[in-house]
Design a protein around this ligand. Structure first.
Ligand code: ADP
Ligand code: MG
Length: 455
């Protein structure tokens, strides 16, 4: 059957019109304006989107909403299907310019002063843990200021936040000659601001930041408690946002967990796209390590590589540090790296408490066992005394002996809020001051959890 026999375009337009009223302008222009009616089949509307990243995002965020709306309008179910058509969303001016500048690009621009050259997308290994963030970063660097603005990348230490945010800077720097890129850590931003006040040249400071085309600020958690700097950034943000300039921030936790941040700045960061970086899986660690080994031009037995990947599980920085230590040793004694040398040289790293693989699930099971409860009791809603204390203890222990954030801990306890976890920890700490038996109980539990984790 020819696809021409079905035309639901009016119907699609009506659905969009109605949805426009139901979601914020910002969201609408970010995600809906890139979708174009393409064609149709029976009860299927095909829309085109500018990239597969865009498609995945729209599917994940809005598919039920859109299909629900279509259903509502038609009175029976409709489904949506996507085709990726690249040309439409790229601003014409830049596309043309990019074609003309191929040669210039090959010549490579002088490196950007504030960016480290090795932080590029080419050097970034994409895995399950970071693909969302990496794809968003790449999409931004192809079309800065036009789509995902602002973008906030968050995640724990050593997971690649600085690498990604600087890759955006490096990529835009090579691709778009005319764009001014400013990269700064939140700490330097704060110091520069304070200095500019002291030296009475705040206008210079403002000029530097408010005329950026791409503003990249790393580690915004540092801004907590810096009220005046937050105020300044708030105004900078508004100026750039109104001018459609791209902003990217990184943070070591979700913005909602930043305690000492004004609400209005928090809400600015939460606009646009927030993407997270998770610790890498074994396979991704392996791919990253192999890439680093190749780059260093060294030879290593496969078994040594997998030994490191199995034992260094925390983050990429620790993985790199382990490799660096090994290479340094091998060079020093002028020997090839063997499995034996790996075991010997990295035994402290492997044994460190960071690498002990303690899961929240394990903590829940051990604590529940101790109190003759089930792990589900701890995750459930019942708040009797018999359950509350063990639940609070398990949360407290999770925060003490793992690297999980309060948000992550809360999620594992039946989707509780991070503030609940914080209160639980506070209660236990208070109680320890008055109840002398609590501390030994906690120590006993921690010991048994650690024993279990190494089995
Ligand atoms: P963060 O800023 O999140 O603390 P970094 O960006 O400094 O982490 O990353 C720590 C180190 O790990 C850097 O040397 C970085 O190049 C490297 N790294 C992190 N993620 C990856 C990855 N996916 N592929 C390759 N290298 C990575
Ligand atoms: Mg960093």
């Amino acid at each position: 059957m020819s696809t021409d026999s079905w035309d639901y375009s009016l119907f699609w337009n009506e659905a969009l019109e109605q949805l426009r009223k139901e979601i914020s302008d910002q969201e609408f222009s970010m995600w809906f304006s890139g979708m174009k009616y393409d064609s149709a089949e029976e009860r299927v509307i095909v829309v085109s989107v500018p990239s597969s990243f865009y498609r995945d995002q729209v599917k994940q965020r809005y598919l039920p909403l859109i299909e629900g709306k279509l259903h509502e309008l038609a009175g029976s179910s409709f489904s949506l299907s996507f085709v990726v058509r690249k040309t439409e969303s790229t601003p014409k001016k830049r596309t043309v310019e990019r074609e003309e500048t191929v040669e210039r690009r090959v010549k490579a621009r002088t490196p950007h002063r504030e960016l480290r050259q090795e932080y590029t997308f080419d050097n970034f290994v994409i895995g399950e843990n970071n693909s969302f963030a990496a794809n968003a970063a790449m999409a931004i660097s192809r079309n800065p200021g036009t789509g995902y603005n602002p973008c906030l990348i968050y995640g724990g230490v050593g997971l690649g936040k600085t690498h990604l945010i600087q890759s955006i800077g490096n990529s835009v720097h090579t691709e778009f000659d005319d764009l001014k890129i400013v990269y700064v850590t939140a700490e330097s931003f704060t110091n520069e601001f304070i200095q500019s006040i002291r030296e009475k040249r705040t206008h210079q400071f403002k000029n530097k930041y408010r005329y950026a085309d791409v503003l990249l600020i790393d580690d915004i958690h540092f801004l907590q408690k810096k009220a005046e700097t937050q105020e300044e950034l708030f105004h900078t943000f508004n100026a750039l946002y109104d001018a459609n300039k791209q902003m990217v921030f990184t943070c070591d936790r979700p913005v909602s967990e930043l305690r000492e941040l004004t609400d209005r700045l928090r809400s600015r960061f939460e606009r646009g796209l927030n993407v997270d970086l998770q610790p890498p899986s074994y396979e991704t660690r392996y791919a990253i390590l192999k890439k680093k080994i190749d780059a260093a031009g060294i030879v290593m037995p496969e078994e040594a590589v997998s030994l490191i990947c199995s034992n260094v599980t925390t983050n990429v920085r620790d993985l790199e540090a382990a490799l660096t230590k090994l290479i340094a040793y091998a060079e020093l004694v002028n020997k090839n790296i063997t499995v034996e040398i790996t075991k010997q040289q990295l035994k402290d790293v492997f044994a460190s408490p960071k690498q002990n693989n303690i899961t929240i699930d394990l903590i829940q099971r051990q604590v529940a066992d101790y109190f003759n409860l089930s792990a589900n009791d701890l995750k459930g809603r019942r708040r009797t005394k018999v359950i509350s204390l063990p639940r609070h203890l398990a949360m407290y222990i999770a925060r003490e002996i793992t690297e999980f954030s309060t948000t992550e801990v809360g999620l594992e306890f039946g989707g509780r809020d991070h503030t609940t976890v914080m209160h639980a920890c506070q209660r236990i700490e208070n109680r320890m001051r008055t109840d002398a038996t609590l501390e030994p109980t906690i120590q006993h539990l921690i010991r048994s959890i650690k024993e279990q984790s190494t089995r």
